[in-house]
Design a protein. Structure first.
Lengths: 270, 590
């Protein structure tokens, strides 16, 4: 990895088609800056994106990337990182991709704790299909498919992550690009699953608790009245799943034939 | 006296039937005898009839027959379920002290051997060994040297300490002695042994071993009968080669993890069965259109829906050929024997990487959970060749960049195959997507590029048809008027059926097809035959439809979908019925 990488090296020559003022711009810029500032190179970076407005991120960024099927970005990222731990893996998605169709994978990715970063653009509405409610929409949110409100509780992704044993749980505001970049950078540096929920409208405030304090994190996350920005919880002793499983080398290089001792596999069946 | 011995143990699921059967099969294998096994089982952990059957001979055996010579019956139902296969010379070993067997009487002229299995096991150290007592008794009845059983017990229990091994040997000995001293049994079974070193394995294990030989380093899966053995085989072994088995939260995740690993450049695989294939179909189109090399193993079981999870069927052929929306090429390989499960797995990995597409490797329950003996040379690792296809490195990548220096992962080429840059390759960074894309991998809806990319993907199939060997395995009489065609696991039963038919004066030519797509062109063979019969384990004749489509000729069909594999003698009778030949019984009646 060379040290002269600038964040614009992570930009592709495609022009984003997001709506003017969309939080996705700030979110993506922060990801690119954080990747550059942590010494990554586009050729050693793998971005996985889901479906939805957020899914276009892989197109507007320059790196190795896969734009997958709806809701399955996290399993793809898991496979990439385990197969080649030398790659920097960043998964990007939206609230629909991550907390609706992909909610099951989210919980398991959190508890599996593979060393990658998950950035979710949580604007609490479906943008690509033009304005239906999302899993994080509030109960009284009126949309074309919820003219009288959703009549259901919103998903609390931070609480899901904490309950699933998350080791890095953070929230940023896409409007605060400097703080957002810093938080994503910390998520990249975290040894394990770095989860950043990017709240698109403007949120409330910073907080001031010891990030390793689980109970303080819980109280803050369960506070439904406010949206906080910062790293809410971190397990500083976290070790990534692939490391715990003993994976140290990329799995890409294999011999030209069967492994040298492969006849031993046959002899096992005597 | 027939030259094969057919032995079985049956009881309730949870009675240890499977492991006991495997121990006996292993003992026969150690004695240099060939073994072919089959299982009747229910999916519940406990409750429900289950049996493990062993056909054994000094010659190679690769099918089951309708004849049972020695039966260890832990329950009455075991006998009831097998009445058709038992005969006057059969010996039934049972424990009359077991409450449910206290009134048991061997049917007809069969010999019933009442051996106090539980009591003798307790004498040897614990009731849990009652099945081993029965194995000892079976050795005595057949005149099979108990020393081979000892070897098998050492292999099975060696990891648990010498005391456990010794107790089991003692249990076997008590069973043998009891029969020797208390019973008068006249049998003419002569269980010859040979000096052959044989290996005993099932299809799932052969697939797992093939994956390791082929350099598979990443496996993600979700447990499902009857594919779980692949995962369990790899776990604990793949790590020795720097790989991993990941148990995913579901099949949606498993296939996406495997896809991610493949995109990262690892040889990657998942295995599942019908219900999992349905889920993986969601991602299948992405794998294919992003041109990712991936091996998806489908160990078929009876469907639809949950179907009969522990029963045999070849019902997923069309799901694999046509599953998923849109049109995208895929290869479908169907190994026809357990040893071919190994070779076709190696081939599947090479094809996936050479042509950058998903390869379905399909076995079925009959292959997957059946143990069979082979000469170890059948799995010669020196013959394994690895071809990773058009992978570019930092120098050769220059040939594949556009005027701006951007890598073209979907470059339109004459053979349809584009270059592949593994992540980490300098100047190779690129996008892959399920959207239609241009040569750079960027989304496009531009008409000309759309057509070029579709044609390019399809051209890979044409290239593969030209460059690879997609031929059939041929058996029987090449000049016969009757042509039998089958795919997948029916080969063994059909080969034995050929012998039976030939003995009755009926010659057949048999094509066993290991490739469903691309597949061999059988038009000439079909046209040369008077009668064409397609044999398969499904109700609608999915492969027969393909043969008719390819050869533009109607064919006869033999279908079985009651959940049980074909047996050789049954298949021979079915073929005769199609040909209008009298059945065996009718011949005898004349």
């Amino acid at each position: 990895m060379s040290s002269d990488i600038r964040f614009t090296d992570f930009k592709s020559d495609e022009q984003p088609t997001w709506c003017p003022g969309c939080g996705d711009f700030g979110t993506m810029n922060g990801m690119m800056k954080a990747l550059a500032q942590t010494g990554n190179d586009p050729d050693d970076t793998f971005v996985v994106a889901g479906i939805g407005c957020s899914g276009k991120i892989g197109t507007y960024m320059h790196s190795y990337a896969l734009h997958g099927v709806h809701g399955r970005a996290l399993p793809v990222g898991t496979g990439v990182k385990i197969a080649n731990p030398e790659l920097e893996v960043m998964v990007a998605g939206g609230d629909g991709d991550g907390y609706s169709i992909g909610a099951g994978h989210f919980v398991h990715a959190v508890r599996r704790n593979v060393d990658m970063t998950y950035v979710v653009m949580d604007n609490r509405i479906y943008g690509l299909t033009k304005g239906q409610f999302s899993p994080t929409s509030r109960e009284d949110f009126e949309t074309s498919t919820s003219p009288d409100g959703t009549n259901q509780q919103p998903v609390n992704p931070l609480a899901l992550a904490l309950a699933a044993g998350g080791t890095f749980i953070a929230q940023s505001f896409s409007s605060d690009s400097q703080r957002h970049t810093e938080i994503v950078q910390e998520a990249i540096e975290h040894d394990g699953f770095g989860f950043v929920n990017v709240y698109s409208p403007v949120g409330d405030e910073e907080f001031d608790h010891d990030r390793t304090d689980y109970d303080a994190a819980k109280d803050l996350i369960m506070d439904r009245d406010k949206e906080y920005q910062g790293v809410i919880y971190q397990d500083e002793n976290s070790i990534g799943f692939e490391t715990r499983e003993g994976v140290t080398e990329p799995m890409t290089d294999i011999p030209d034939g069967a492994p040298d001792d492969a006849m031993d596999l046959v002899r096992e069946f005597y | 006296m027939p030259d094969d011995l057919n032995w079985a143990i049956g009881g309730e699921a949870g009675d240890g039937i499977n492991s006991t059967g495997k121990i006996f099969a292993q003992a026969l294998s150690r004695a240099g005898r060939h073994v072919f096994t089959s299982k009747d089982f229910a999916s519940r952990i406990r409750g429900g009839y289950t049996a493990y059957k062993v056909r054994s001979s000094v010659d190679a055996v690769e099918s089951v027959v309708d004849r049972l010579d020695i039966l260890i019956a832990l329950t009455q139902r075991t006998v009831d379920e097998n009445l058709d296969e038992l005969h006057d010379g059969s010996v039934i070993i049972y424990d009359g002290e077991r409450t449910m067997m206290s009134d048991f009487e061997a049917p007809g002229e069969m010999t019933g051997l009442d051996v106090p299995l539980k009591r003798l096991a307790e004498e040897a150290g614990g009731a849990i060994m009652r099945n081993i007592v029965a194995l000892g008794a079976a050795c005595e009845v057949t005149g099979f040297d108990i020393a081979f059983l000892d070897e098998s017990l050492e292999k099975r229990f060696g990891g648990k300490g010498q005391a456990i091994v010794d107790n089991n040997k003692e249990a076997a000995r008590l069973g043998a002695e009891y029969v020797r001293e208390e019973m008068v049994v006249e049998t003419d079974y002569d269980v010859d042994t040979t000096d052959n070193d044989l290996v005993l394995l099932n299809g799932d294990e052969a697939i797992g071993m093939g994956a390791l030989a082929a350099g598979c380093r990443f496996y993600a899966g979700y447990p499902i009968t009857p594919a779980t053995d692949v995962m369990e085989y790899l776990k604990g072994r793949i790590e020795d080669y720097g790989g991993i088995v990941v148990q995913a939260e579901d099949e949606l995740s498993a296939v996406n993890m495997a896809l991610g690993a493949a995109r990262a450049g690892a040889r990657s695989m998942t295995a599942t069965s019908g219900p999992g294939i349905d889920l993986m179909t969601e991602t299948f189109g992405l794998v294919a259109t992003s041109e990712t090399p991936l091996v998806i193993c489908n160990v078929m079981r009876s469907g639809p829906s949950t179907g009969m999870p522990t029963k045999q069927e070849q019902g997923d052929l069309e799901a694999m050929l046509y599953g998923g929306h849109g049109e995208v090429p895929r290869f479908v390989l169907a190994p026809t024997t357990i040893s071919e499960c190994f070779h076709k797995t190696v081939e599947a990995f090479n094809l996936a990487e050479k042509y950058q597409l998903p390869v379905y490797l399909t076995a079925d329950l009959a292959l997957a959970v059946t143990e069979q003996t082979f000469e170890p040379e059948e799995f010669d690792m020196d013959d394994v060749e690895i071809d990773r296809g058009k992978v570019v490195d930092e120098e050769s990548i220059e040939e594949w960049t556009d005027e701006k220096g951007q890598f073209r992962p979907h470059a339109v080429t004459d053979d349809g195959i584009s270059p592949r840059a593994l992540p980490g390759t300098t100047d190779g960074a690129h996008m892959s997507t399920g959207l239609e894309h241009d040569e750079l991998g960027r989304r496009t809806e531009e008409q000309e590029m759309r057509v070029q990319q579709v044609d390019k993907r399809d051209r890979k199939v044409e290239t593969a048809v030209e460059r690879e060997d997609w031929s059939c395995r041929e058996f029987g009489d090449p000049d016969a008027d009757t042509l039998v065609v089958s795919w997948g696991s029916n080969e063994g039963a059909m080969r034995d059926a050929i012998e039976l038919l030939a003995a009755g004066g009926i010659d057949v030519r048999f094509l066993s097809v290991p490739y469903v797509f691309p597949r061999p062109d059988m038009t000439d063979e079909v046209e040369a035959a008077e009668d064409v019969i397609v044999v398969e384990c499904n109700a609608t004749g999915q492969f027969a439809d393909l043969v008719e489509h390819d050869a533009l000729t109607r064919v006869e069909r033999i279908n079985k979908y009651n959940g049980v594999r074909f047996k050789a003698d049954e298949l021979a009778e079915e073929v005769k019925a199609v040909l209008g030949e009298p059945a065996d019984a009718e011949v005898e009646a004349r």
